[in-house]
Structures are given as C-alpha cells and as structure tokens.
Ligand binder design. Structure first.
Ligand code: YNC
Ligand code: MG
Length: 422
C-alpha cells in the first residue's frame, strides 16, 4: 500500500495524468528544505562516500557486489567494476555529497564503521515533451541484506532528495524493476546470445523445445568481422559530429537526455586506462564515417551513424563451471537513415531506417562477440523494435520501469535514454 510513496510528490496509480496539467507536482521551496539529514537508528551514521579515495571506492564495490540487484530467482547479480562506478557516478557536474552512504558507527579505535547502505545522484538535463528539466538521476540504491525490510530505503531517498533540493534541484529520474507509483514508461529487457552454450550452462538460456545444442549454437553464430564500410572506433575529433547526429536523432522522441559536448565525451569516449586496469574498460563507441554524397569535394567524409555499448558483468551465484557473465548493454545510437527524405511515404522511409539499423546492430553483435561478450542486451526503446527480432534477441523476464520524481506527465511512448543496468 506504498506507505512511503503515497507521501511523496509522485502521481498515484489511479490518477488520470492525461487529464491533468503537465509539470511540477509540488513547488520547490528552498526555505522548507531541512538543514540536517533525517535521523537514523542509534547504531548508524550518515557519510559522504569519496570515490576519489580508492579505499572508499572499494567499500562501494564490496557493498554492491554482495548486495545489489539480483534476478527473481537469485541466480545472477550485477557486478559493477570500480571503473564503472567512476564512469557512472563522476559524470560532468558530479557532486561528492550526492554519493551518500550509511555506516555502522565506529567501535573502539576504528576510524569508520562498515558501509551498509548507499544511494547516489548525478546531474541530468532531461527534455520531456519540449520542456527542459534540470534534474538529477538517482541510482545504485542498495541496502545490506541483513538490514532489509527495516524502512531504511525511504530514509535514504529522503536524504538524497534533501541533498538535491539544497542545490535547487526538485525533479529526478530513476528506474528500477520494482513497481512503484507511477511509471511514466516501462521497457522490457531483450537478450541476444553471443555464447549460447555458456548462457545455457549457467541457466540463463533454456533449451527451446525441438532444439539441441548444435542447432542453438548455429542459430547464434556470427561472422568474425564487421561489414559496414567506414566503421571505426570513435575519436576525440568526432565529438561535435556525433553530438549533432545524436541531438537530431533523439529529438524524434518524447523524452530524451540533453548532453553537452563535455557530457557526451564522458559517456561515449573511452580514455586509456592504466596498464593494470585495461580490462576494466566500460564503453565502446563506433562511428561510421562515409563519403558525404552532398559534399562539393567528393573526398569530404562525415559521420553518418554511430552506436555504443557498455560492459557490465553479472556474477553467477551458484555455478561450478562459470563465475561471471560478460554482458554488453546497448547504450545510444543514431543514424542519418532516420532522416531519409528520398521517399515520400512513411512506410518506405521506415524500411530504410529498419534496414540500416539491422546492418549496424549486426555489426555491433559481431564486435561484441569478438570482444568476448557472452550476451548483448537492449531495451524496448528508441527504434529498437525495428531490429530486436531480426537480430535474434529474445524477450527477457526483466522489466525496467521509468519514474520521474515531482513531475507529472502523460505516459511516454517508445524511446528515451538507454539505462545503466539498474
Ligand atoms: C526502489 N527500487 O516500495 P512503500 S533501483 C524506490 N526504488 O516503500 P525498506 C523502493 N523505492 O512501498 P528494503 C525500491 N525498492 O512502503 C523498495 N522501495 O511506499 C520502497 N535491493 O523500504 C518500497 N536496488 O528499507 C517501500 O526496503 C520501501 O530494506 C521499503 O530496501 C529496498 O537504484 C532496497 O534492487 C531496494 O538493496 C534498497 O531491497 C533493497 O527492502 C536492496 O524496508 C537490492 O522502499 C538492490 C536494488 C534498487 C535499484 C535504484 C533507483 C532508486 C530510486 C529511489 C527513488 C529516488 C526518488 C528521487 C529522489 C531525488 C528527488 C530529487 C530532487
Ligand atoms: Mg531497510
């Protein structure tokens, strides 16, 4: 019955949001923002986690790797790398005090007690049906398994809200598998096997009736090299062009993130890692650079398409043979073929887009396979419906619900930002 959520500025399930005015639910009042965090039980205390401190980064890593999101059957659990946390939590404009922890109060001579809960926010500029919202994105809410069911989650949510309000931020975007009042959109996870046998052995991919191992392996076989001419890894010099293409592409959707060049660089461009950390790489962005058919100089090239995926492992909780699943998550993409104007009718234009997306995603799968990923994941958003079935993705049982805090809007159709796991 949502004892906590019914006290919050979010639409109720029974509201007909389409009949109400779009916008802020409760006007933010800086004078009413509490000066201090809400109280915790006596044995706990608030802290700010310093992700620039390797020890504290390690504490977040340990908490989340032992206690973060699992599937319903507790077979798999998200296993973020330390570098992933830096990527996800230190995007441009990040604030240290938005990395919030709860510790057990230190005993004896100890300087700090064990980290038992975490919640975070990063700044996000979001466009919802033309309105630009300066909001935050709340993620990585996690409570130690021994402290579950004690109403600590609402306290963490109140504290992250307070720390956002202090900065004059009154709206937030968040996602999750839990059903809360009230999703603005809901997506399903789709999975494309790259190493079917391994996925089968860990219990992720069942054997379909009337099939066998050999048939399944053949079904998901991929060529060894990508096919699209002009495809290469994104470089620094591509940022402005990729941003222009992405901005135009995302403008076709009802809700989208607005990235500055600096943000786009952070999220899309891989930076060399120290030698001992090379396998913590998170992001791979590929661009297609083609000869521009409209250019005066036929040698002029421009970026006509791009896509990227990030790496997020899942630990396999109880399996003798495999400890980890290496998953690639489709993040963003954009293609000039979305603006095809050679056809007058919409159906023909859609075919152009569909054909191009299938070429691009086929190459994304080939590349991910060559990078040793076991599975390629995507959500039912953006233009993904055009390629999921053709590229042999199968529907998963995970749903991802999207929520906005303190903002009322009619349900969002189709695409929007791709998400970082949960
Ligand atoms: C959840 N995922 O309904 P009611 S996603 C929000 N998001 O409240 P307790 C959640 N609320 O129903 P536990 C939630 N899960 O009584 C539960 N709740 O109104 C609500 N799992 O609290 C729940 N991470 O402390 C109920 O629950 C109340 O001990 C119960 O802890 C929950 O990061 C949790 O799945 C999820 O670590 C922390 O189970 C724990 O069970 C856990 O008794 C594994 O809480 C990891 C996991 C969630 C991933 C995520 C997004 C979080 C968004 C939070 C909302 C942000 C709002 C915007 C704030 C900023 C505003 C501004 C400006
Ligand atoms: Mg609790």
């Amino acid at each position: 019955n949502y004892k906590f959520w019914q006290t919050q500025p979010v639409p109720r399930f029974d509201e007909d949001v389409s009949k109400q005015e779009e916008g802020e639910i409760k006007k933010g009042d800086p004078d009413k923002v509490p000066k201090a965090p809400p109280p915790l039980l006596d044995e706990f205390e608030w802290c700010t986690v310093d992700l620039d401190n390797e020890d504290e980064l390690g504490e977040v890593y340990t908490l989340l790797n032992g206690h973060y999101v699992e599937d319903d059957e507790a077979m798999f659990r998200f296993a973020y790398s330390s570098h992933f946390f830096k990527w996800a939590l230190k995007s441009p404009g990040w604030r240290k005090d938005w990395h919030i922890g709860v510790r057990v109060k230190p005993k004896g001579d100890a300087k700090k007690g064990k980290l038992v809960a975490f919640i975070s926010a990063i700044p996000l500029t979001l466009k919802v049906r033309g309105t630009v919202l300066n909001c935050s994105e709340v993620n990585f809410l996690c409570i130690h398994k021994k402290l579950r069911g004690k109403r600590l989650a609402p306290v963490l949510i109140k504290e992250v809200t307070r720390r956002c309000n202090v900065e004059g931020i009154w709206q937030a975007l968040y996602t999750g598998g839990a059903v809360l009042p009230t999703p603005i959109s809901s997506c399903r996870y789709y999975h494309r096997s790259l190493d079917w046998l391994k996925l089968h052995e860990v219990g992720f991919s069942p054997m379909p009736p009337n099939s066998n191992k050999a048939k399944q392996i053949t079904r998901y076989a991929l060529p060894s090299a990508p096919k699209t001419e002009g495809m290469r890894l994104m470089e620094q010099k591509d940022i402005a062009q990729v941003k222009d293409l992405l901005d135009r592409y995302l403008a076709r959707f009802e809700m989208l993130p607005v990235f500055s060049e600096e943000e786009l660089e952070h999220w899309f461009l891989h930076k060399e890692l120290p030698e001992d950390k090379v396998d913590e790489r998170v992001i791979w962005t590929y661009v297609v650079e083609s000869t521009d058919e409209y250019a005066q100089d036929p040698k002029t090239k421009k970026i006509t398409d791009f896509f990227n995926f990030y790496r997020l492992e899942s630990s396999v909780i109880n399996n003798a043979k495999h400890g980890m699943i290496r998953a690639a998550y489709l993040f963003y993409y954009a293609t000039e073929s979305a603006f095809d104007s050679s056809h007058k009718d919409g159906e023909a234009s859609k075919k152009v887009l569909k054909a191009r997306l299938n070429e691009l995603m086929h190459d994304a799968l080939i590349i991910a396979k060559s990078l040793n990923f076991d599975v390629f994941n995507a959500l039912t958003l953006l233009d993904n419906v055009h390629f999921l079935a053709d590229q042999k993705f199968g529907a998963g049982d995970g749903q991802l619900h999207y929520y906005l805090y303190n903002y009322r809007t009619a349900p969002i159709r189709g695409g929007m930002t791709e998400k970082m796991g949960l």
